[in-house]
Design a protein around this ligand. Structure first.
Ligand SMILES: *Cc1c(COP(=O)(O)O)cnc(C)c1O
Length: 368
């Protein structure tokens, strides 16, 4: 289905960056260096410094970034990792993938992220880490989370896949915990032209370990000291990201402007995000809440406006996690939000006119 107004308009973005991207990609083509080359190294420095982290590493995708983070922290069978049930499936999937047990903790209705007041009850002698998600680009309550982690000696991994550039108390997310993970999936706030991911850390040891793990546990060719995996960012994606990085702050600013306008013009009964808090949110998604969510979605759909639900089924109710024996009612806040949440189109290229149209259609629905 093609919409008059899509969730995000990557073709419109491409018009702005097509020429420099083709030039940069041609450089890669001519270099003959396609994996672990100059562009990737350049990107690692630039992104690490942008996130205010000491070290950065490109990976094949965001999911692998999370997987490598868990492996680097030696998390595996017998271990428990605490996380949120309201996130993309990959967050929970990687915990199970390393053989550890995902332990879900309900969300805080204000941030849509893990509720720190409920974490301590979930900690056992097997708990090794908290995997925090900054959902929709909104920072989780990192102060309380770091305090709990410190008190119990737990590691903190940040799933910042939706939150590059988001700040929390003057720090960029991803660089606050032990390891931070990003996704450069095409539709993310910084998107490649294929799969790509990124890891940041301030700890040299973790950096060295992940650098080896992403390359078959090898530091020297054909010498393997660890069981690793193949998860490197290719040079073409690095080239695309080097160009797009120059637009990141402009694009994030545009997103915030669109978000502010939504929050000013839409009735607060829709639980619109706070329009003043523009550092802790980079608006990967702009979400509203209402009981008649599905009706509004189909109303807008008929007007040519795309919407999306992130996410309709919380992780504890996903079939793949049946073996964990969670049930409906275990996490009432996440369950309620999953039924009511609706993401409206937000992209740096959304025009005033199109946004006015969206806003007037939403208001029309509420009045009808
Ligand atoms: C996109 C995303 C991922 C996975 O990233 P990929 O690059 O698609 O593997 C993980 N967690 C969250 C919260 C995401 O939004």
């Amino acid at each position: 289905m093609s919409y008059k107004i899509p969730m995000i308009d990557l073709k419109e973005e491409l018009k702005l960056i097509r020429t420099p991207i083709l030039e940069m990609m041609t450089e890669v083509l001519d270099s003959g260096e396609y994996i672990l080359g100059e562009k990737g190294e350049q990107l690692e420095k630039i992104i690490a410094s942008y996130v205010q982290a000491s070290y950065g590493l490109g990976t094949a995708n965001g999911t692998d970034a999370l997987l490598l983070a868990l492996k680097a922290l030696d998390i595996g069978p017998g271990d428990e990792v605490i996380t949120t049930p309201l996130t993309f499936f990959a967050t929970g999937e990687v915990i199970a993938e390393v053989g550890a047990k995902p332990i879900f903790v309900d969300i805080d209705e204000e941030t849509y992220n893990i509720d720190p007041t409920k974490i301590e009850k979930a900690i056992t002698k097997n708990t090794k880490a908290i995997l925090v998600v900054h959902l929709y680009g909104k920072a989780a309550n990192m102060k309380d989370i770091m305090d709990i982690a410190d008190a119990y000696g737990l590691k903190v991994i940040e799933d910042a896949c939706q939150a590059i550039g988001t700040e929390y108390n003057g720090k960029r997310v991803g660089a606050i915990g032990d390891v931070g993970c990003f996704s450069f999936f095409p539709s993310k706030n910084l998107g490649a032209f294929g799969d790509a991911g990124f890891i940041v850390t301030n700890q040299k040891e973790i950096y060295e370990k992940i650098k080896s793990l992403r390359n078959h546990g090898s530091k020297k060719k054909y010498h393997h000291s660890l069981i690793g995996m193949n998860s490197r960012m290719d040079e073409f994606q690095a080239a695309v990201l080097l160009v797009k990085f120059n637009f990141l702050d402009i694009f994030l600013h545009k997103r915030k402007e669109v978000a502010k306008r939504y929050s000013e013009d839409l009735p607060s009964i829709l639980r619109t995000p706070d329009k003043h808090n523009n550092r802790e949110h980079t608006f990967h998604q702009y979400c509203i809440e209402l009981d008649k969510r599905d009706e509004l979605a189909s109303f807008l759909n008929n007007k040519g406006i795309a919407t999306a639900v992130y996410y309709p089924i919380p992780l504890h109710l996903q079939e793949a996690f049946d073996y964990l024996n969670y049930k409906l009612g275990d996490f009432p806040v996440a369950e309620k939000v999953a039924k009511r949440i609706l993401a409206l189109p937000i992209s740096p290229t959304l025009t005033f006119r199109d946004q006015n149209y969206i806003i007037s259609c939403v208001k029309h629905f509420l009045q009808g």
